[in-house]
Structure formats: C-alpha cells, structure tokens
Design a binder for this molecule. Structure first.
Ligand code: DHB
Length: 391
C-alpha cells in the first residue's frame, strides 16, 4: 500500500487527523490492531470539552454531540459534608458535554467510511522502517497472519498508551517523564436513572468518588481503590457503600451493576514527539490520570498542530511547522498534565497521607471553592482552553 500519511491507531486522535487531512486533499491510511467492534465497544471517559465539541461539529464529523450529548453547565465538589458548585456558564460562558468516547469513535469511523477510506482494522504494526528518511514504511501482519507494508511520506503513531510507534521515536525507556500514583479507580456501569443532574467529584476520609453518567438509563461511577485490587472481589453492597461515602445530601439511585473494572493512574510524557518523518500524538505521546477527563481532549490539540504542519508540508514541501510541532504541542500537554495532576491530588487521599496532608488538602479545597478567581480558573480548565493551531 502506498499513501501520503500512514497512521497507526484508529482512536480519536488517528481518526480525527485522517478526517482533517482528507478535507485538505491529503490521503492517509489508518490501521489498528483491534477490530471495529472492539474499538466501538470499549468503555472510556465521557466528557468532551467545549473546543473539542466545536472541532468535531465544525469539521463535519458529527453534530450528535449537541443533539444527543448532555450539556453540563457546571460540576459539584463535595467535601467535609458540604456541596460546592462550579458554574461554568457564569465563569466561561461555555459548557462541557457528556458524550461517551465510544460514540465519538462511531462518528469518526462513520466519517472515514463515508469518505470511502475505511480504516484497516485487525492490522498489527510490528515496526516502522526508515523512520529518518522521507519514505518511512509501516510493516506488520493482518488478521489472517499475512504480512503487509505501508509506504508513506509521513508516519503518525496515534496507537495509544502501549504504542509500537513510540520506540521508533524514543529509543530507550528513559526517554520519558513519568509519575505513578498510589491509588486507582474502581469503575462501575449501573443500570439506573441518574442520581443527580451534574457530575459530583467528592473527597472524604474514604477517598475520592466520582458520580458520572452515560445516558438516562446507564450511570458511570468510580471510587478510589488500591491499584492491585481485583475488580471481581468487591461485592455490590461494598461498592454502594464506597460510592455513597462522602456524597453530601444526594441519595444514589441503585440498580444492577453490570460492569466492574479497575483503572490504573499514570502521568507520562514522551521526551521526543518526532523522529524524522515519524510523529507521535495522543496517548502514544502522553497519558494523564483520568480526573478531569482530559485524555481525548488533549489528544485533539496534538491533532490540530500536526494537521497544520502536514498541510504545509504537502502544499509547499516546507518542514518548518513539522519542526515546530513538538514545541507547539508540548505547551498544552504540560498544561493538561498539570490540570489532571492538580484535580487528582486535590481530591484523592493517598494511603500514606499524614494528618497534616489531609488538613492542608481541605484548606486547598476551601481556598478553591471560596475564591471567585479560583472558580473561574477551574471552570476554564474543565470546559477546555481554546486550541491554538489554525484549522
Ligand atoms: C468521566 C471520567 C472522568 O475522568 C471525569 O473526570 C469525568 C467523567 C466519565 O467516565 O464519565
């Protein structure tokens, strides 16, 4: 196969880049190890920032986000037995949208099929050859074990946190910035109506709880747990006790729990985002802990910077925006790293937290919730900073 841009990974980043390149008349081939059913069926986060919703809508991927997604004009923090609301509309004039990531993926895949360039599912890349030349190649095997080769002008690694492409851009394991957290999330999907009309982020002596939603019939909730916890070992009764702890004045509506999983936390940034004609973006380049739901929204920033750079390259042959891509992308990557780290550490109780740590944390929550400036700061970060690349 011969194409202009070979993209590893049919996640939100890879598919959005393919869509935007197509609109600029640049052809690409997207491959993914997983099948379409697996990709569309994987449970991920649910929050789409205001600028991300605009990108999806204005580029023609989908308007479903506005018609079927749920507009959220604020969130609540619960701590010390009290509830505090952050008013997004008042502070930013914008909203966040609850629209599950697998629905975004369905829209993006439908757009590729509509354009006549269906992604190659069940295609596993094993290596990127001649990365430093102007004709890199992706090699791998397909679902029936036959070899394939994609020759391209540019190769993009958008293949997620266990990226194959990353090792062809960052040669050793020390080429990254990394942080682990001493806790994880226990996540459940529940068949029940919503308990509350906004998301609740709660901090109590028992740790963190998040009450989120998927739609009128399915709710998504998480509580802080040990990263080594076996998801199957926790009884439903224990789950409800953990979820209800710390939630002030809201009785959770119960229903059958039909999915239980443990989500590990990591903060990670690859040092290099480019090697010759090979680029990294999205989770292949960086991972954030889930608090604040920045993952996909951050990935779109990389996509817009790279889209702008590749358009220039194919139009004029100039590599100046390709050269600028890592520096441009890194600015928002570190802002989002900070926001996710801040939301995480402000709301979780580390297993080894001292009494000082806990009282300081409550002091921080009071400072943030009582200050109008801090309310605006959190709201701006949550609904999403504007993207800077030209579209
Ligand atoms: C969800 C996940 C998050 O990490 C978050 O901050 C908000 C919502 C979710 O899965 O609904």
């Amino acid at each position: 196969i011969r194409t202009q841009v070979g993209i590893l990974g049919a996640g939100p980043a890879g598919l959005l880049l393919a869509h935007l390149l197509h609109k600029a008349g640049i052809d690409s081939v997207v491959i993914d190890t997983k099948s379409r059913e697996e990709i569309e069926g994987t449970v991920k986060a649910g929050i789409v920032e205001s600028p991300a919703a605009e990108v999806l809508s204005q580029s023609g991927v989908s308007d479903r986000i506005y018609s079927e997604g749920m507009k959220h004009d604020g969130i609540e923090f619960h701590f010390d037995g009290t509830a505090h609301r952050f008013d997004f509309q008042k502070h930013t004039g914008k909203s966040a949208y609850l629209y599950p990531q697998h629905e975004v993926l369905k829209d993006l895949i439908a757009a590729r099929i509509r354009d006549g360039v269906t992604p190659l599912f069940s295609h596993t890349a094993t290596a990127i050859l001649d990365a430093e030349s102007s004709q890199p190649r992706i090699v791998g095997t397909n679902a029936v074990g036959e070899g394939f080769e994609i020759a391209a002008d540019i190769v993009v690694g958008a293949d997620g946190s266990s990226s194959v492409a990353r090792s062809f851009v960052n040669k050793d394991r020390n080429s990254s910035y990394f942080r682990e957290y001493p806790f994880a999330w226990y996540g459940v999907l529940v068949k029940a109506p919503p308990s509350f009309d906004e998301l609740i982020y709660s901090r109590s002596e028992d740790g963190f709880v998040l009450i989120s939603t998927r739609d009128r019939d399915v709710q998504r909730m998480y509580f802080q747990c040990d990263p080594e916890l076996d998801a199957a070992s926790v009884s439903d009764e224990e789950i409800w006790r953990k979820l209800q702890a710390g939630i002030a004045g809201v009785e959770l509506t119960r229903g059958p729990i039909f999915r239980k999983d443990v989500l590990r936390f990591r903060s990670f940034v690859a040092k290099e985002l480019r090697n010759g004609h090979v680029f990294l973006m999205g989770d292949a380049a960086h991972t954030v802990p889930p608090t604040g739901a920045k993952g996909m929204n951050l990935a779109f920033s990389d996509v817009l910077w790279l889209n702008e750079a590749l358009r220039e390259y194919f139009r004029s042959g100039s590599e100046s925006l390709m050269d600028a891509y890592p520096e441009n992308a890194m600015k928002r990557i570190w802002k989002a790293q900070h926001f996710s780290y801040w939301m995480t550490t402000m709301l979780h109780v580390a297993p080894d937290a001292s009494e000082f740590d806990k009282k300081r944390q409550l002091g921080e929550l009071r400072s943030v919730t009582e200050s109008a400036a801090a309310n605006a700061y959190l709201s701006e970060g949550y609904v999403g900073w504007d993207y800077e690349a030209d579209d």
